[in-house]
Design a protein around this ligand. Structure first.
Ligand code: HEC
Length: 232
């Protein structure tokens, strides 16, 4: 993991976090990721989680959307359109911010709790979706990620029904993707797998993705967060 170019995005994300930006000319210092306004240490390892102010379970990226619209006044549709950057670009604001916020939990253990009913429901929905076969190819996540030592072409597929596999997922995103020269987030990763399954495009930060992330991260509890990951 040494010399991971993704490290550069951490600095970019820190700058974006503290700069006064958007129509309301505000920083993100009042954003509450679950530990209190502006408290980033240990916040990412608890996500997704329930937030009373939106009455929703939110993952990191949907929480960023909430804060960037409510505190900074950015347009939600515009943020979503720009959230996933083009390969070999400078990356999007959300990609850099997601990495910066997650990096503040490096060295801490993933600890997704399901104490709130909506957190439990999201987890169960994610579990259901992980095993559900759907679409024209009748694919389920479990077919590619439910056994050890599988691969597509030369790519090893993470075995996510094992503890170690789920932990790898929960502790390495956002990650620098070598073949794209940018940092990628979990929303991007899920969208790419949904595309591989030939399902309709995943709408950014919708419950389908939050459910799957809740399921996978919870399965990965106790992994030690270490971002940016480094992916092919
Ligand atoms: C057709 C096979 C296939 C299906 C079905 C599939 N994936 Fe994937 N998945 C892949 C491939 C290929 C990769 C990337 C491997 C690489 O590039 O090294 C991947 C990578 C991932 C990763 C990142 C693993 C890591 O490196 O940390 C996650 C998370 C993931 N998939 C989740 C899912 C989920 C959730 C579903 C169901 C919605 C799903 N996948 C369905 C093929 C699939």
């Amino acid at each position: 993991m040494e010399d991971n170019p993704g490290e550069l995005w951490i600095d970019q994300g820190r700058d974006l976090f503290y700069q006064k930006r958007g129509p309301r000319n505000a920083s993100l210092e009042q954003c509450d990721f679950g530990m209190g306004p502006g408290k980033l240490e240990g916040a990412a390892v608890r996500l997704p989680r329930y937030f009373a102010d939106t009455d929703r379970v939110e993952d990191l990226e949907s929480r960023l959307l909430t804060c960037m619209t409510r505190l900074q006044g950015f347009d939600r549709g515009q943020l979503i359109r720009e959230a996933i950057s083009a390969p070999a670009s400078r990356g999007s604001d959300i990609e850099a911010l997601a990495l910066y916020v997650t990096s503040r939990s490096n060295g801490m253990k993933v600890n997704v709790t399901l104490n709130h009913q909506k957190e439990y429901d999201m987890y169960k929905a994610g579990e259901y979706l992980f095993y559900r076969r759907s679409g024209q190819t009748d694919f389920g996540c479990v077919q590619c990620h439910g056994e050890p030592d599988k691969r597509i072409r030369l790519q090893d597929l993470v075995h996510m029904t094992s503890k170690a596999g789920a932990q790898e997922v929960a502790s390495t995103w956002p990650a620098y993707r070598g073949s794209h020269y940018v940092v990628r987030t979990m929303q991007w990763r899920l969208n790419d797998c949904v595309w591989q399954m030939r399902l309709p495009d995943l709408k950014y930060a919708t419950d389908y993705s939050i459910a799957l992330t809740t399921y996978l991260n919870r399965q990965g509890n106790d992994a030690v967060m270490q971002v940016p990951g480094f992916k092919r």
